[in-house]
Design a protein around this ligand. Structure first.
Ligand code: SF4
Ligand code: FES
Length: 238
C-alpha cells in the first residue's frame, strides 16, 4: 500500500475543474474518509454532503473513478487505481458546488411519477391486512428499500440524452405503488408514467440495476410499468 493517495477532486460548479490533493492511506479507509480528510485537514472550503456514514441516508453519493457510488460504503482499496482517485459530483444533475449535486429535479420527478402513496381508507377503518406471501406484496417489497440516493439516476444513459425522462428511481417508486394493493392511485399514476418522459423511454441498458447499491432492479420495475401501461391502454383506461 503506497503511503499517500493522489486524489483529483472536482471544485466549483459545472464549469469548474479538478484540483489535486494528497491524502494519507489508512486501513479500511472509505472514499468518504478521504473527502472528509481533505475538508478537515487541507481545505475547509470543500463542499460535500453526507449524514449517516452507514449506507442508510443516500446523501453521500458521488462519482468515483467514473462511476456513481455511495462514498461511505466504498473502500479505497476497491476503487483506487495505482493509488489514484478521482471524485466528482453525481452526473445528470446540476452542480451546486464542488461535490454537491442539486437533487431537486430528481425528487420533483418522484412527485411527477405519482410517487406518493394514495390510501383509500380512513382512520376509522381497520388496518389493511396484506399477506407477506402474496404475489402483490412480494412485487411491492422488491423495490421498497430504495433510499433515494440517485446513484441509478446518475448512471442512466437515457436521463443523459433525454433530461425530461423520469428516471429509474422515480419509476421504481411508481411501480412499487402500482404493486401495493392498498394504494388507490390507479390509472392516474399509470398516465403519469405513460408519456414520452416515462417508462416507455427506458432502453433496458440496465445501468441502474448494475449500479444500485441496494441491489434493487429498477429495470424490472420499469418493465412491470410498461406491461401495466399497455394493459391499461388496451382496456381504454388511459
Ligand atoms: S433505486 Fe437504488 S440506486 Fe436508485 S435511488 Fe434507489 S437505492 Fe439509490
Ligand atoms: S452517508 Fe448515508 S449513505 Fe453514505
Amino acid at each position: 500500500m503506497s503511503a499517500m493517495l493522489k486524489v483529483q477532486v472536482w471544485r466549483g460548479g459545472a464549469d469548474g475543474a479538478f484540483e489535486a490533493f494528497e491524502v494519507p492511506r489508512r486501513e479500511s479507509q472509505t472514499v468518504l474518509d478521504v473527502v472528509t480528510h481533505i475538508q478537515r485537514a487541507l481545505d475547509p472550503t470543500l463542499a460535500y454532503r453526507y449524514a449517516c456514514r452507514v449506507g442508510m441516508c443516500g446523501s453521500c453519493a458521488m462519482t468515483v473513478n467514473g462511476a456513481a457510488r455511495w462514498t461511505c460504503r466504498t473502500h479505497v482499496d476497491k476503487v483506487a487505481k495505482d493509488g489514484r482517485l478521482s471524485i466528482a459530483p453525481l452526473r445528470n444533475l446540476p452542480v451546486i458546488r464542488d461535490l454537491v449535486a442539486d437533487l431537486r429535479e430528481f425528487f420533483d420527478k418522484w412527485a411527477r411519477a405519482g410517487g406518493q402513496f394514495r390510501g383509500a381508507r380512513t382512520k376509522a377503518d381497520d388496518f389493511a391486512r396484506v399477506s407477506p406471501q402474496s404475489d402483490a406484496r412480494q412485487l411491492a417489497d422488491a423495490g421498497i428499500e430504495c433510499i433515494g440516493c440517485a446513484v441509478c439516476y446518475a448512471s442512466c444513459d437515457v436521463v443523459a440524452r433525454l433530461p425530461a425522462y423520469l428516471g429509474p428511481a422515480a419509476l421504481n417508486r411508481a411501480w412499487t405503488l402500482v404493486s401495493d394493493e392498498r394504494d388507490a392511485g390507479g390509472a392516474e399514476r399509470l398516465r403519469a408514467v405513460a408519456g414520452d418522459a416515462g417508462a416507455l423511454s427506458c432502453h433496458t441498458h440496465m445501468s441502474c440495476t448494475e449500479r444500485c447499491p441496494k441491489n434493487l432492479s429498477p429495470t424490472a420495475g420499469i418493465a412491470g410499468l410498461k406491461r401495466a401501461v399497455a394493459r391499461a391502454a388496451l382496456a381504454g383506461e388511459l
